[in-house]
Ligand binder design. Structure first.
Ligand code: SAH
Length: 515
């Protein structure tokens, strides 16, 4: 029997990709086709399974918007072909999302469907601005209202007289162009003009902007600020709580989009740290990991493992690739019984400990020069030392160890290749000022970044972007390419890099507020 199609109408949440529900994400990742629009958010799509068919049905400047019945038809058609379809809609699918109409169309066509509710912007955008939509001291009622309808229309379907004084918190969606008449109608119908009001634009996203005022003046303020959609309008006493409860906009990296240039496999720790601090990580892998062109040197070293006194790992990739190969040669960690193990830093140590190994030495500073200093007296003349590393690793370490009288075997455990990031997209974002900081975690990330971007005037392109480097060697490489370096970590780890960036932005903020 052929596979039966199904459509999941999924609330994608208000913009922060992590505000999709666990069920929504699961359905999305099990789908063959994803049908989405503007508010569902591009970042969420990076969590889709590779190879998933992505269909954009939102507005775009170069194409006319797909009409609702065309979207309905598309969903029916895809599901009829036996596909599992995720229909991603901003916020909640049934809150002004026309999800009801899509479900009706599916029902009429006999297509199986499920609704996965989502976090609506009507509640989440105020929440991210520090405004609880209900509060025991202020109100126990709220209404979500469309602002789409011209309130001055004679046969308005909204009972303004009841709404104006009958409900505590009023949240309008799609109301920016009607804001002057919405506020006017509410005041005419008895809501005091001094009632607190707020606008939250692009809520839960780095672009979030909040404007506060009163029912009487918010519309004029919005006009001055050039405030536009997508925004929610909040009217009610609860708005006053923002002064105490604003939290998202206070985060140190709030509003900053930070480029992460590490390999896809390694990016997550940095991305998560950026997110925790309120920033938006944008991953652009400049490095990929591939098998070495020739396994012979590594294989030979693996066959002679018993002879080594030390094995020094200088990256997490090195650890993973070494042990993969060991396994492929039908061997395991017992081969290392006679060797002591050194890791260049805490992450590499963690990776080794996951294999059940005890690490004998981690230098205080995570550089080749520091390892050598620390191994003085631990490595004796004539000791065999193995360095399973990247094909392009710096030679300093091997040379210094040889200088100490060690017999060094320096082999490639993996090869670094150019990453698969979308450079056209990144160039566009840089030109538009949509990227605020770029992080480099090794010299190769800098060099590959420059190669991949292949832009005639990189220096200028990055002039207003904060360049943050994990250490002095990386920073030097960046400077050699003509870049100005704003942040160099004092501790050459991801934590160190994040800390240094944090300090930088704190200073910048202080400066900003002071002057
Ligand atoms: N189903 C959606 C609403 C769709 S109507 C939901 O539940 O959120 C589109 C309107 O939603 C926009 O005009 C705007 O008023 C609001 N909206 C959606 N995302 C928003 C966001 N991140 N910040 C502020 N308003 C948003």
């Amino acid at each position: 029997m052929s596979k039966k199609g199904i459509v999941y109408l999924i609330g994608a949440g208000p913009g922060d990709p992590k505000l999709i529900t666990v069920k929504g994400l699961e359905c999305m990742q099990n789908s063959d086709t994803i049908v989405y629009d503007r508010l569902a958010g591009d970042r969420l799509l990076t969590f889709a399974r590779p190879g998933t068919e992505l269909i954009y049905v939102g507005k775009s400047p170069d194409r006319h918007t797909l009409k609702q019945d065309e979207i309905n038809k598309l969903l029916v058609e895809k599901a009829s072909q036996g596909r599992t379809v995720a229909r991603l809609k901003g916020g909640d699918p049934f809150v002004f999302g026309r999800g009801g109409e899509e479900a009706e169309a599916l029902s009429e066509a006999g297509i199986i469907f499920e609704i996965v509710p989502g976090v609506t912007s009507a509640i989440a955008a105020p929440a991210y601005a520090g405004i609880p939509v209900t509060h025991r001291d202020f109100t126990s009622t709220m209404a979500i209202i469309t602002g789409n309808e011209d309130p001055l229309k004679e046969d308005s379907s909204i009972q303004w007289d009841k709404l104006a004084t009958g409900v505590g918190t009023l949240v309008f969606l799609m109301g920016m162009s009607n804001l002057p008449s919405i506020t006017r109608r509410l005041i005419e119908n008895g809501r005091p003009p001094q009632t607190p009001a707020a606008l939250v634009r692009w809520g839960t996203r780095p672009e979030q902007q909040t404007l506060t005022g009163t029912l009487g003046d918010i519309s004029e303020k919005a006009a001055w600020a050039g405030f536009s959609n997508p925004a929610v309008i909040i009217v009610g006493e609860v708005v006053s709580l923002r002064e105490k409860l604003s939290w998202y906009e206070q985060k140190p990296l709030f509003g900053k989009r930070v480029l992460v240039t590490r390999s896809r496999e390694q990016a997550s720790a940095l991305s998560e740290a950026i997110e925790d601090l309120g920033g938006e990580p944008l991953e652009f892998p400049t490095i990929g990991v591939a098998e070495p062109l020739d396994y012979k040197p590594l294989d030979q070293a693996i066959d002679e493992l018993a002879a080594f006194k030390w094995v020094i790992f200088t990256s997490v990739n090195g650890v993973a690739c070494f042990f993969n190969r060991l396994r492929r040669r039908n061997k395991d960690i017992r081969e290392l019984a006679g060797a002591r193990i050194c890791a260049i830093g805490p992450k590499t140590r963690e990776a080794l400990e996951r294999y059940g190994l005890l690490v004998a030495y981690v230098p205080g500073e995570y550089r080749a020069e520091e390892i050598v200093a620390g191994l003085q007296g631990k490595v004796n003349a004539g000791d065999r030392v193995l360095l399973p590393r990247a094909d392009i690793a710096r030679k300093v370490l091997a040379e210094a160890l040889t200088g100490m009288g060690a017999l060094v075997t320096d082999v490639a455990a993996y090869r670094t290749v150019m990453g698969g990031g979308d450079s056209a997209e990144i160039k566009k974002k840089l030109l538009n000022g949509e990227i605020h900081a770029v992080t480099f975690t090794s010299s190769s990330t800098v060099l590959n970044f420059a190669k991949m971007l292949d832009y005639p005037d990189l220096e200028n392109l990055l002039k207003r972007v904060i360049v943050a480097c994990i250490g002095p060697v990386t920073a030097d490489t960046a400077r050699e390419l003509g870049l100005k370096v704003d942040v160099t970590a004092e501790e050459y780890t991801i934590e160190g890099l994040v800390k240094a960036m944090l300090e930088y932005f704190k200073q910048a903020r202080r400066h900003h507020t002071a002057g």
